[in-house]
Design a protein around this ligand. Sequence first.
Ligand code: DAH
Length: 359
Amino acid sequence: MIEGYEQDVADAEERLAAAADLDAVAGIERDMLGRRSKFTEAKRRLGELDAGERAAAGRRLNEARGRVEAAVAAARGRLAAADRAERYAAERLDLTERLDLAERLRPTERLHPAERLRLAERLRQQAVSSRGRFHPVTQARDRLEDVFVGMGYTVAEGPEVETAWYNFEALNIPDWHPARGSFDTIFVDLGAPEEVMLRSHTSPVQIRVMEKRKPPVYIVAPGRTFRTDTADATHLPAFNQIEGLAVDRNITMGDLAGTIDEFVRAFFGREVKSRLRPSYFPFTEPSAEFDISRPDGSWLELGGCGMVHPNVLSNCGIDPEEWQGFAFGFGIDRLAVMRHEIDDIREFVNSDTRFLSQF
Ligand code: DAH
C-alpha cells in the first residue's frame, strides 16, 4: 500500500472550496478524516507494513491528513466570516427609506393626494417607532413617585455607599445579629473591615431623613441597592428598591395597611387587592410582608413593611413615646417584572433596544 494521497487531498480541497455552509464542511470532514474514512483505514493498516516502509507511509499519511485539516479550517473560517457579514448587513439600520419618503413628500413633487397621505402616515409611523423613551425601570420608579407624591409624600435620597451605622446598626441590626448575614452585603475596602459597604437596601435612607428632620415625616426613597447575588432570571447584583417612611402622632398598623392598599390600587389598578402576612424584620415591630392579588385569585409577594421599631426612632433622636411610624420597602425591578410579566430580569440590563422599545 505504497500510495500517494495527492488526488485525495486535491479532491478534498476542491469540495471544501465549493462548500456552501458549515454543515457541508462538517460532512466533508467526516468523509475525509472520520472513523470510516480512507485515511483512518490506511492508518489502521500501517501495522501490516514492514518497519522500513511503515515510517515513510506514516509520514505521507500524516502530511496528507494535515493538509486536509488545514483546508477544513480554512473553509470554516471563510464561512464564519461570510455568515457574520450577512448578519451585520441584515441588522444594519436602513435610514435611506426615511430620506426617500421625505424627499417624495416635498410639495413640488407631483403626487396623487391619496398617495401623499399614505406616505405622510408612513413617515409619521417611522418617527414614532424610532423615538427614544425611558427605561422600563425608570418608568416604574417615576410612576411610583407620582403615586406617593399624590398621597402627600416627598421624595428623599441617600448615598449608595453607606457605613455600617446607617445600613445596619441604626436599623436595629447590631453586628452580632443573624439578619446581617441575610443581606449578602458587598463591602468596600475602606476603613475598618466590614465598616463601609454598598447599601444592601434603601432602609438607611430612613435614618438619614429622621436624623435631619423632625416629625411629621412622610417620604419615599427610591434608589439603587447592591448584593453579592449572581445575576440570574430573578436576581441582579445591582437592583432598585423604594423605601417608604411615615412618622407622626398616633400612627397605627391600620394606616400602614390602608396606605399599601391605596398605593397598590393606584399603581396596578382598582381591582387589585393587597394583604399583609406576619413576618420579621429587625427594624420594624410588628413586621409583615405584603402581597398583591392576581386575577386568578393567587397572591404575589411584593415587599416588607411594619411599624418602625422604637429603637430605630430613638437612634435618630425621636421619642418613641411621642411619635410612631410605619415603613415599607420593595424592589422596583421586581415590580416592573411582575407588571409586564417579563421572564428574565436580566433583560433590563442587556440594553437590547428590541426589548426596551416595547415599553
Ligand atoms: N429593607 C428590607 C429588605 O431589603 C425591606 C423592608 C422590610 C423595608 C420592611 C422596610 C420594612 O422599610 O419596614 O429586605
